[in-house]
Design a protein around this ligand. Structure first.
Ligand code: 7RM
Length: 635
């Protein structure tokens, strides 16, 4: 069993020990896993080179730690409870034994398809149990999975397939999402058509609609599974062998394929899951995140399954058939821990109390949030009306790069404060630095958030581009990992995340690079250039505001161009990246050296049309007045 902290005194005491001796702490946690061979060295690292190795010399397979390790006691316990999009369709329960059988069978399908250890397998699927089976089957044979969220466009998928050099794509005919059916296979076909590496696709039947199957390339999941053997011996993996690649947005246009290791990720995701949520035997845990994002990887799949938990997986959306759907699921399955994003809370809060009227919610013990800062109003609504004043809220701060939760209350142990992620996880050493890199000591300080010491769950590199890894995370403040977030440490030593300090925005908990959106807009044949900034949005957290230079439309006829820019962004990235506001401008405010002064554009987007600070370096100050004027008519 993974050790669990149970009192505040225990937290404080253990935390001190864990930062004095991190390798001792993480070796002790690692002892509760199953290793084919134990490690020779707990940690080897050099942040200046972006070099981190945990549990070097160890041999293991992560699926043995999910299945073989739990089979004796938990074979008949539900591993996954799957709730379909349509509440009138039956839910599915997969016990540890059933999930194990499917995983072994599908692992054999992958082997028979020519997939070997180290090969990359791409996954583009709706939220169905077969997505989990696909990931675990990859891990079973040592293939590296790379899941792409099924909301991404063909173009984005294709970019990711090529970057990872994926040999095989696992996908489905379509997917259900609320009242919509998503043509997943069609998007996958388009993506495969524009990339050379993928030679085979395995297609799950989910919606049952007619989809073209390319002979020799496309194969049905159910046909391949039919005669697949249930005997499969797990591949032996080295501690540092990659487990998966997951793409995330940064401040430049090209998404980064972050690589997570096998052993370190295993230990960290499981430890944090069990401790932060205080998961106990028999509990039903529900994470509403899509597996296409890191939260789904770490806290729907790996963390819970490694901890022997029952993880509830939901195919649909919170507002369909009505805005009571989450609460109905919680009552139906007697959920004990519920983990979601502030944006979901805000949107449900805005839809009113009537959706809570017939809901009981008494099974709930712990509530969690992730992905973006939670404002106080949403925190209180969640606390009072969902948690009925008796469930602690864990506001968990972390990133795709960190692999798991870094700063968060331990549920019911750490006293909470609305909008604060509170205190670090064991072994995590947050540091606050000023722009010059000077560390700000003591309490009541504000600055950029860095981490000063490695932890097992951290990403090891960017796939195919280690230099970019070093440059992005380890060069701003040499010797430290730089998160890209601003943070405040208050008078009690509590951490409050203030949001990104780079050109990354967070829209409904989706992380997007402004450069990525600009690239998509600039693809439009009538657009000369553009600048995208975030602005405070009551539901989404941040909305997307695009300033677009489009000479032929500087006067009138703008509705058409706006719509076609929206389409371009949907097509290039995905519908979730569509700008909320588009302002056609005749030019952008630039410095004499040609840099766009985003600071000014952010102010205007926020509706603050004075106090621009120092504008003496502006090439053409008049353009600012023009943009301010134009912004008044932007809805
Ligand atoms: C898990 C995830 C990471 C960025 C991160 C922050 C923001 C995440 C919180 C938060 C305030 C939180 N991974 N963020 N959690 N901000 N409070 N509890 O979201 O890679 O997609 O995004 O999200 O800016 O850097 S992510």
């Amino acid at each position: 069993m993974i050790p669990k902290i149970s009192t505040l005194g225990g937290y404080i005491f253990e935390y001190q020990k864990s930062v004095t001796n991190p390798t001792g702490f993480w070796s002790n946690i690692a002892d509760s896993f199953y290793w084919r061979k134990k490690w020779d060295q707990a940690l080897e690292w050099d942040f200046t080179k972006g070099h981190v190795k945990w549990y070097e010399g160890a041999k293991l397979n992560i699926t043995e730690n999910i299945f073989e390790r739990h089979m004796f006691f938990r074979g008949q316990q539900p591993a996954i409870i799957w709730e379909p999009n349509d509440p009138s369709e039956a839910h599915r329960t997969l016990t540890y034994e059933a999930l194990f059988l499917e995983t072994k069978k599908f692992a054999n399908v992958l082997l028979a398809s020519g997939i070997k250890k180290g090969d990359r397998v791409a996954i583009y699927m709706p939220m169905v149990p077969e997505l989990v089976i696909s990931m675990l089957a990859c891990a079973r044979i040592g293939a590296i999975h790379s899941v792409t969220f099924a909301g991404f466009s063909a173009q984005s998928l294709s970019e990711r397939l090529q970057d990872a050099g994926a040999k095989l794509l696992i996908t489905s005919d379509g997917g259900f999402r609320g009242s919509k059916t998503i043509p997943i296979k069609q998007i996958a076909d388009e993506a495969m058509g524009s990339c050379k590496c993928v030679s085979k696709a395995i297609v799950l039947r989910r919606t049952g609609e007619n989809v073209p199957m390319l002979a020799g390339r496309d194969f049905w999941w159910h046909e391949l599974m039919e005669n697949s053997s249930v005997e499969n011996a797990a591949e032996t993996m080295d501690a540092e062998d990659p487990l998966f690649i997951l793409y995330t947005s940064g401040s430049t246009g090209k998404p980064k394929g972050l690589v997570h290791s096998t052993a370190g990720y295993m230990v960290y995701s499981a430890y944090t899951f069990r401790n932060i949520f205080q998961y106990g035997d028999g509990d039903i845990y529900f994470c509403s995140a899509d597996i296409g994002w890191i939260t789904g990887h770490s806290y729907l799949v790996y963390g819970p399954l490694l901890a022997g938990a029952t993880s509830l997986m939901f195919e649909g959306v919170p507002t369909w058939p009505d805005a009571g759907r989450f609460w109905e699921i919680i009552d139906k399955h007697q959920v004990n821990q519920f983990y979601t994003a502030p944006t979901a809370i805000r949107s449900l809060m805005a839809l009113g109390m009537e959706w809570l009227e017939s809901k009981n919610l008494s099974s709930l013990k712990v509530l969690g949030t992730v992905g973006e800062p939670i404002n106080e109003a949403a925190w209180h609504w969640y606390h009072d009306h969902i948690g009925k004043n008796r469930c602690p809220i864990v506001d968990t701060w972390w990133q795709t790069e960190t692999g798991g939760i870094m700063i968060s209350p331990y549920a019911g142990i750490t006293p909470t404060k609305p909008s604060y992620a509170t205190l670090p996880v064991m072994g995590i050493q947050p540091m606050i630095v000023d722009p010059e890199g000077k560390q700000l000591m003591g309490n009541s300080v504000e600055g950029n958030l860095c981490i000063g010491y490695p932890w097992p769950g951290m990403a090891r590199t960017i796939w195919g581009d280690h230099d970019r890894f070093v440059k992005t995370y380890f060069s701003t403040y040499p010797g430290l990992y730089f998160t890209g977030d601003g943070v405040k440490r208050d008078e009690d030593g509590y951490y409050r995340i203030l949001g990104r300090v780079d050109d990354v925005i967070n829209v409904s908990g989706h992380r997007l690079g402004t450069a990525e959106i600009e690239n998509a807009i600039n693809e439009h044949p009538l657009v000369d250039e553009s600048a995208v900034v975030g602005f405070p949005h009551p539901i989404k957290g941040q909305g997307i505001y695009a300033y677009v230079v489009c000479p032929q439309f500087s006067t009138g006829g703008e509705e058409g161009i706006r719509n076609s820019i929206m389409l371009a962004v949907s097509h290039m990235i995905g519908p979730f990246a569509r700008p909320d506001k588009i302002q056609i401008v005749s030019g952008l405010p630039k410095t004499r050296s040609g840099k766009i002064m985003r600071r000014i554009l952010m102010k205007i987007a926020e509706g603050k049309t004075s106090e621009f600070g120092d504008t003496s370096t502006l090439l053409d100050p008049e353009i600012v007045n023009e943009i301010v004027k134009g912004s008044e008519s932007i809805r």
